[in-house]
Design a binder for this molecule. Structure first.
Ligand SMILES: [Zn+2]
Length: 69
């Protein structure tokens, strides 16, 4: 079974549905983390940001080289 460490207190947290505060071990730790977010510059190390590339690729249908008239 996968488990992660609570980023606040370092306790092992089972990564499953029964751990509804994951990755935190408890609601308390989650609240502490939320407070950290709100009060001070809190950066998540190694967290992959979900910056998506600009979707400016538009599929243009190829024009016919020759046009019959
Ligand atoms: Zn904790």
């Amino acid at each position: 079974m996968r488990s992660v460490r609570c980023p606040i207190c370092g306790a092992a947290v089972v990564w499953g549905l029964q751990s509804k505060f994951r990755p935190f071990c408890s609601e308390r730790c989650r609240q502490i983390d939320l407070g950290a977010w709100a009060s001070d510059g809190y950066c998540v190390p190694g967290e992959a940001s979900s910056d998506s590339p600009p979707d400016d690729f538009s599929e243009v249908p190829p024009k016919p080289a020759t046009s019959r008239e």
